[in-house]
Write a protein that binds this ligand. Structure first.
Ligand code: FES
Length: 119
């Protein structure tokens, strides 16, 4: 399990992740943090000036949804799980099987002066 309040690899609030301009619009960017043997994987999705963060873990089987910075469909209108093809809205709601009605776990981020930070 990569998420959870007890995961020492999860970055603390206030960590700078990237500049908004480093993310395509619409687009996504993945992040990996390690602490000893633990891993925290998250990604952010940009849509205009809005940036949302999610834990990189599909609610269906717990696999990472994407890799590198590739988390969206080709058209950029949905988040895509590369494992079994589930689609999610850009705010994390599952809209196709096997994740219909399930939600991605939020990884709270905020934009300050064009930079993305954990919160
Ligand atoms: S792990 Fe994502 S749809 Fe199966």
């Amino acid at each position: 399990m990569r998420d959870g309040p007890d995961n020492p690899a999860k970055p603390a609030a206030g960590m700078r992740l990237c500049a908004v301009d480093e993310i395509a619009d619409p687009g996504s960017k993945g992040f990996r943090f390690r602490a000893e043997a633990r891993l925290f994987a998250g990604f952010v999705v940009r849509q205009g000036e809005a940036v949302r963060g999610f834990v990189d873990q599909c609610p269906h089987a717990g696999w990472p949804l994407g890799y590198d910075d590739r988390y969206l469909t080709r058209g950029g209108d949905h988040i895509l799980c590369a494992g079994h093809g589930a689609l999610f809205t850009l705010d994390g709601e599952g809209v196709t099987v096997p994740c219909l009605g399930q939600r991605l776990t939020a990884w709270p981020v905020e934009v300050r002066e064009g930079e993305v930070f954990t919160t």
